[in-house]
Structures are given as C-alpha cells and as structure tokens.
Design a protein around this ligand. Structure first.
Ligand code: NIG
Ligand code: FE
Length: 389
C-alpha cells in the first residue's frame, strides 16, 4: 500500500466545523496530511507524521478540499463567441442560442464530443475541480442524449440527463409530444448512464406541468432530481424542486420571499452560478438573502458555450465575493462542501480521515487569496483520489 504525506501545510481547510478556526471551514494550522489508498488517512502536526513512501512539501501554503463543480454542460460542439460579443454590445440573453449548439452537437462525431469533454475536464482539474457534474442537453434526440451521457460517464460519475433543456425545433409546435419522448424512450436510453435528471424550468423552455412530469418520471427511473430554476425570471422552478426533494435548485436569480422560505425549510441546496450572470451581463442572485435565511448555498461554473464559458471555480469564488457579497469563507465553503451537498456526497468537499483524498495545494498562504487575487493561477498542485494530477 503506497502512502503520500502532504507536509508543512500552513493552513488546512477541512470543512469539518469545530475541527479548528473559521467556523464551518474548520481551519487547522501547521499540519501534515497522510494519504493512503486514495483516502485521507491521518491529519496532525508534522512532527507526529507517520512514515510515508512519498512526500510533497506544501511549503507553508494553504491546502483545501478539491472544488466540487456541481453544475456543468460539457458535451457540446462549436462555440458561441459571436453571440457573446453581441450580448456585450447590448443584446439580451434568452437561451435561444441553445438550439444553435444542438445543431452543432448533433452533427459532431463521438470523437469530437469526447475530445471537448476531456479537454474541458482537464482544464477544470488544473484549476482545482476534482469533481465535476456533467449534463447532457445539447442532443435532444434519443440517440444524441444517450451518447452525450455515455461520453460524460467516461469522465464523471456525476452525470445528469437534461433532455428537457429546450424543446427542439422539430417539436416546436407539439411540446407535449416532446415531453412524451423525454419521459419515454429518451429516459430509457439515458438512464443507464445518468445519476440525475434535470429540467430547464423557465418561460420559453418547460412550464411547471412539463417540469413535474419529467422530474417525476426521472425519479421513477431511479434518478435524483435537480432543476434549472428561476434563472431568467420568477417562476415555479424552485418551489417545484423543493416539493420533489431536489438535491439542488440551480441559478436562483429571481426569487420571491416564498421561494426563500421554502428553501430555508428544506434540505435542498441553492446552487448559484455567477459565471452566467457575468457572461450574460445580468444582475447577480442575492446570495446574502439566501445565506441570511439559512439556505445551504453552493457555487458552480455552469460551464457551457452559451451563458458561461468558464471552467474556473476560483473565478466563480472571486465573483461571488465581489459581486454577491459572500465572504471569502462562505464562497470557499460553497465551492467545496456546498457542491458536495448539492450532489448528496459526504466523501468529498471535506478533508478528514476517511474522506476521498481530493486535495488542492495553493500557491498562497490562505484561502482568502482565491478572492483577493482574482484571475491569478493559484492552484499549485491537485491530488485526485490521492493521485497527483
Ligand atoms: O444553465 N439555462 C439553461 N442552460 C444553460 C445555458 C445553455 C446555453 O445557453 O447554451 C444555463 O445557463
Ligand atoms: Fe446550466
């Protein structure tokens, strides 16, 4: 059994509340962390560290759990840089460009899609994302949704069936028929490769009745529920998600008091995606209101070619702190433990004996630098399942 000691850690974010300073971050100082068989085996002062086969010297830097990016759309072809440029010149974001990407994705070969997924997954890993949820949703035929998830499942166990992303053009005048397809043959073909089901519940995409029907049939097929909710305007998505026991409702940009109350009284996580507001030049969600109401908040990238073409969790942390009035500690927690809650995982997002050894070593003395030094590549080294990347 080979072991690895990460030694001379200046600041260790454990996310075990009460294990140290910083409230929920459970910060321990001047410690070492032993990895055995892909798991954290021991944490303690360096002088007490057990012998190990290999040693990484953190040099007094900050070490934290790998980021858990619980919302990304990586299976697509082409890009929409021109649409982005038009938005920055004043055009609004409507979600209408999704159909452009659907056309490009259907025309792409498996190898092209696989290359994009692997490129973006590697790009995110270099920026500290040791877990990444990956959605389908740019195929929107039985075969294209199934292959999207098959390719996603090659690089992640956190795969999400988003056949209900938009109604594709060929079903534009018969959306009920499309919902029937999603709940029937498309779900049957996708479910073997998916852990979750998701719906874009929004005016112009899927209404409350369609969303309920699709999430319910996904649940009956054994999938967990998540929802794209209240992104472009107020709507029923958040309340419906909570009612159906969703692990997470995502975006949460336009919430009323009832939405916040319902979330606060539930185990459902509110996943905020500030890259989308950045890239669509839209008002950011009110993170303070959610946090002050006691809602569990996660941060994720929403990496996709339309509304948020970033794979960088450090960028999202910086945005959350500067633009959404989250404290650096709240943002770091939301990007690690919060993401783990949004995926109903207790083996990631924490560093404690028994947890998965998904570890980020920063080129900085403190987690504060992730927001304090925006745009600077601060990820020095990443361990995934204990293996240096
Ligand atoms: O989460 N809102 C729906 N889906 C994506 C955007 C997809 C696209 O524009 O291609 C999102 O923002
Ligand atoms: Fe999304």
């Amino acid at each position: 059994m080979s072991s690895l000691l990460v030694d001379d850690i200046g600041e260790l974010v454990t996310n075990v509340a009460g294990a140290g300073e910083g409230g929920p971050l459970g910060i321990r100082r001047r410690v070492a962390l032993l990895v055995e068989e892909g798991r954290v085996a021991w944490i303690g002062p360096s002088r007490d560290a057990p012998a190990a086969d290999r040693r990484i010297d953190a040099g007094g830097a900050a070490v934290l759990p790998g980021f858990v990016d619980s919302h990304a759309h990586l299976v697509f072809a082409g890009d929409r840089a021109a649409e982005f440029a038009a938005r920055m010149a004043g055009e609004p974001y409507t979600g209408g460009g999704i159909r452009t990407t659907v056309g490009a994705t259907r025309a792409a070969s498996d190898e092209e899609l696989r290359a994009t997924v692997r490129r973006l997954r590697a790009e995110a890993m270099r920026q500290g994302s040791t877990t990444m949820e990956i959605k389908s949703g740019y195929g929107l035929t039985v075969a294209d949704e199934a292959r999207s998830l098959r390719i996603a499942a090659e690089v992640s166990t956190e795969t999400t069936f988003l056949g209900a992303h938009v109604v594709p053009a060929e079903y534009a005048d018969r959306p009920d028929d499309y919902v029937g397809l999603v709940c029937g043959p498309m779900l049957a073909a996708a479910a073997p490769y998916a852990r979750w089901v998701d719906v874009f519940c929004e005016r112009g995409a899927f209404d409350a009745d369609h969303t309920r029907a699709i999430l319910t049939c996904g649940q009956a097929a054994g999938l967990g529920v998540r929802v794209h909710a209240n992104q472009l305007g107020p709507g029923p998505g958040v309340r419906l998600g909570v009612e159906l026991g969703a692990a997470s409702v995502d975006h949460c940009t336009h919430l009323d008091d009832a939405d916040v109350d319902v979330l606060a009284g539930s185990p459902t996580v509110a996943t905020l995606l500030p890259g989308a507001e950045f890239s669509t030049r839209s008002p950011y969600p009110d993170a303070r209101r959610l946090l002050d109401a006691g809602v569990t908040v996660a941060l994720a990238t929403d990496c996709n070619p339309g509304s948020s073409y970033t794979s960088s969790m450090p960028f999202c942390i910086a945005l959350a702190v500067r633009e959404m009035r989250m404290t650096p500690a709240e943002a770091v927690w939301a990007a690690t433990a919060g993401g783990a809650r949004a995926l109903r995982r207790d083996d990631i997002g924490v560093l404690t004996p028994g947890a998965r050894a998904d570890v980020v070593i920063l080129d900085a003395p403190s987690h504060l630098h992730l927001a304090y030094r925006p745009g600077v590549p601060l990820i020095r080294q990443v361990l995934h399942n204990g293996v240096p990347q």
